[in-house]
Design a protein around this ligand. Structure first.
Ligand code: ADP
Ligand code: MG
Length: 251
């Protein structure tokens, strides 16, 4: 479903992603691990076309992301409209929930489908209520975000991302801003999405969660992939000293 090939990206002279390659099969969950500053968010932002990369390719569902092959065989970079369209199919949830504070929970979930996909009120409302039910928050549909806990707000943000019917969901440290007692309810929603077969790439510092939900774990350092593999093998018996050291912080 996702194929990243030899991706490189610099900010000025600082190379943030170096020849980075990985794949995620349909319905699988990949977890990206690495210290702060190792390039995890930049990787997700490339997958969501929020950043342009310098070299390498990304394919989603077999289609190259960010460029189109012209009839003459030359490649053309997408324009902003094409990028915006693709971004709708690739959902992203951030550490800060970024809900619209002046809209109710229901309006937050309905606004993308209505404004961007052009759904009518009835269709958008039906889908939004289904998704709020899925994240356990139908009873909060009329509340404003500031009246919700952080965990509830993040669950609304997930429902809002799902309302665009993405083929891939990217999650960037979505529990990092939460009080510890609220982390579980958000991770429970992610587990449920995995059961439903959504393809996800997840940046998290919750090692136990990674162990539980990941089909594939990728450990990166300074923009490079250090090792990858199945979570049980990789996290129990790292091959590199660098991963061993990283994991020792969580024991
Ligand atoms: P992580 O998510 O793993 O903490 P990031 O992808 O956010 O890492 O950042 C990787 C590196 O890229 C960091 O050194 C960061 O300072 C740098 N960086 C990220 N975004 C920008 C930007 N827009 N301009 C310049 N440097 C950036
Ligand atoms: Mg980050």
């Amino acid at each position: 479903m996702i194929s990243v090939q030899s991706l490189s990206k610099s900010f000025g002279s600082h190379m943030v992603l170096k020849d980075f390659s990985f794949e995620v099969a349909q319905g699988k969950t990949a977890v990206l691990l690495g210290k702060s500053g190792s390039g995890k968010s930049t990787m997700l932002r490339c997958l969501n076309l929020l950043e342009h990369w310098d070299r390498g390719n990304i394919e989603i569902a077999g289609l190259p992301l960010g460029r189109t092959c012209k009839p003459d065989g030359q490649w053309r970079r997408w324009n902003t409209r094409e990028e915006a369209e693709a971004r709708q199919r690739i959902g992203m949830v951030f550490q800060q929930f970024n809900l619209f504070p002046h809209m109710t929970v229901l309006q937050n979930v309905m606004c993308g489908p209505k404004r961007i996909l052009g759904q009518d009120e009835t269709t958008a409302r039906k889908l939004a209520l289904e998704l709020l039910d899925q994240v356990g928050l139908v009873q909060k549909q009329s509340a404003y975000p500031s009246f919700l806990s952080g965990g509830q707000q993040q669950r609304v943000a997930i429902a809002r991302a799902l309302a665009m019917r993405p083929s891939v969901l990217l999650l960037d440290e979505i529990t990092s801003a939460l009080d510890p007692e609220l982390v579980g309810e958000v991770l429970e929603v992610i587990r449920d999405l995995k059961q439903r077969g959504l393809t996800m790439v997840c940046v998290t510092h919750e090692i136990h969660f990674a162990q539980d939900v990941a089909d594939h774990v990728i450990f990166m350092e300074e923009g490079q992939l250090v090792e990858e593999g199945r979570p049980d093998a990789l996290l129990a018996q790292p091959n590199t000293e660098r991963l061993r050291k990283f994991l020792s912080r969580f024991h």
